[in-house]
Design a binder for this molecule. Structure first.
Ligand SMILES: CC(C)(COP(=O)(O)OP(=O)(O)OC[C@H]1O[C@@H](n2cnc3c(N)ncnc32)[C@H](O)[C@@H]1OP(=O)(O)O)[C@@H](O)C(=O)NCCC(=O)NCCS
Length: 153
């Protein structure tokens, strides 16, 4: 099976925090942000696998800082690791204050997706080719976590 590099399938989405998306304090609703992160992660995995994908797990999703009404949220999704049918993606969300240009990281999370064929059955995905040292380290770390999780089943 041919492989793809992480940079080939990276996805970046930009969204404006509108009034209907916030709580009473003017902060972006957590569920809205999770939805964007899920979509960005799924797009990344669809680009890699050329298949439909479903979310199977989300690792610790922390809300470090709020994104405020009127700010631009940028969501970056990048593949970290590939199993047989599963794909692990790192999703980073930042909020940019458009008046000052200040940018903060609001969330970082890892999503796992599974590729499905046309009959809705899980199916194998092509290899991932990590290029940079950081990508290679991430890949090895995720491989160890996967093996540990499988052995604990
Ligand atoms: C995803 C789904 C098809 C997997 O089917 P399954 O028979 O349970 O498959 P498995 O247990 O063999 O898991 C399939 C892969 O997912 C991985 N996986 C399963 N649970 C996981 C978890 N909690 N964390 C990380 N990976 C997980 C497995 O390691 C396996 O990876 P591999 O093929 O690379 O080795 C099935 O669980 C499903 O349909 N879930 C609902 C998905 C959904 O509706 N999502 C929300 C809407 S998108």
């Amino acid at each position: 099976m041919e492989g793809k590099t992480t940079s080939e399938t990276k996805v970046v989405m930009s969204e404006l925090v509108l009034p209907g998306m916030t709580n009473l304090l003017g902060n972006l609703l957590g569920g809205q942000l999770m939805h964007w992160m899920d979509v960005a992660g799924a797009l990344c995995c669809m680009r890699h696998s050329n298949m439909q994908v479903v979310t199977v797990a989300v690792d610790a999703l922390e809300f470090k800082h709020p994104a405020r009404q009127g700010e631009m949220v940028r969501i970056e999704a990048k593949l970290m690791w590939i199993g047989q049918t599963s794909m692990k993606v790192k999703v980073i969300a930042t909020a940019e204050n458009l008046a000052t240009g200040a940018v903060i990281i609001t969330n970082v999370a890892k999503f796992t997706f599974v590729a499905l064929d046309q009959n809705g059955q899980k199916t194998r995905v092509s290899a991932l080719i990590p290029e940079t040292d950081e990508e290679k380290q991430d890949y090895e770390k995720e491989e160890k976590e996967y093996l540990a999780r499988r052995n604990n089943r």
